[in-house]
Design a protein around this ligand. Structure first.
Ligand code: FES
Length: 81
């Protein structure tokens, strides 16, 4: 099995390395980042983050590979709420 790690830059500017396929919430916690959560089953949207500009529900998503070799994470704010 080939383990691939990727660099993540978090909303506070900190960086960490994570293994592709790991859970977002777990890796955020390890990096000292608190992603808000609600339902933990993908339905409420409380855990939405932007990963390289794409909105992701962190509670039901895993870390994906990136052609650039790194991922930039921002908290997602819906302007309608
Ligand atoms: S916590 Fe509700 S969608 Fe993730």
């Amino acid at each position: 099995m080939n383990i691939h790690t990727i660099k993540i830059t978090w909303p506070n500017g900190k960086t960490s390395k994570a293994i592709v396929g790991k859970d977002w919430l777990e890796e955020a916690e390890k990096a000292g980042i608190s992603i808000p959560t609600g339902c933990l089953n993908g339905s409420c949207g409380a855990c939405e983050i932007e990963v390289n500009g794409e909105v992701v529900r962190a509670c039901v998503s895993t870390i994906k590979n990136s052609l650039s070799g790194d991922l930039n994470v921002q908290f997602f704010y819906d302007s309608f709420w």
